[in-house]
Design a binder for this molecule. Structure first.
Ligand code: FE2
Ligand code: FE2
Length: 193
């Protein structure tokens, strides 16, 4: 399936606002990919399809995850919407002909992060937070970082934003987000001796 076909199929499955968001993430991911010298096509496809399982309800997501034998933790169980990332990673292979595992992984990790995030994983995670249709108080500061900061600095700011957001809401913190956050700090400590 070429990009145009992926786009058409996605458009037919997502509600218009979600499709618009997906296109925004694809463009932002391509911009970041260029800035950080990554494979731009990979960034664009992962960005476009990252929310391809987002049309499912919580109940459907659980059923789709269970049907595929996807294992998930307590927090995902309590917040089934998070499953759209894991189900999406399978769906791109099944329905969109994606065979590139790096793309699948970036989609798998786009909502909560994970251990050993690759450059592509970080780009998709961050592009999802700052694409042009996003609107929340801190988004301009994050967009500024997307033009100026290093990839790790930028990604770290994204993690802090996500953690602050869920904590302020009194919501659950996903352990994979904490892992990604700690990894950056540990790497920094190592670099600073
Ligand atoms: Fe998502
Ligand atoms: Fe998204």
């Amino acid at each position: 399936m070429d990009y145009k076909q992926m786009r058409e199929q996605l458009k037919s499955r997502l509600k218009p606002s979600r499709f618009l968001h997906s296109e925004g993430v694809a463009e932002t991911a391509a911009f970041l990919g260029e800035r950080f010298h990554l494979d731009i096509e990979q960034c664009r496809v992962a960005g476009l399809l990252h929310d391809c399982a987002r049309q499912y309800s919580d109940k459907q997501l659980q059923a789709e995850a269970d049907r595929r034998g996807i294992s998930y933790g307590e927090v995902d169980k309590a917040k089934p919407l998070l499953l759209h990332a894991y189900v999406g990673a399978s769906l791109v292979m099944e329905d969109y002909g994606v065979t590139d595992q790096a793309i699948c992984q970036a989609i798998f990790r786009h909502t909560v992060g994970g251990a050993g995030m690759t450059e592509l994983d970080k780009v998709i995670y961050f592009a999802d937070m700052i694409e042009p249709n996003r609107d929340y108080p801190q988004v301009e500061e994050l967009r500024r970082l997307s033009r100026l900061a290093s990839l790790d600095e930028m990604f770290f700011a994204g993690l802090v934003q996500s953690l602050n957001f869920v904590i302020k809401k009194g919501s659950l913190v996903h352990p994979d987000t904490v892992t990604a956050y700690n990894e950056i700090l540990l790497k920094r400590a190592e670099l600073n001796g």
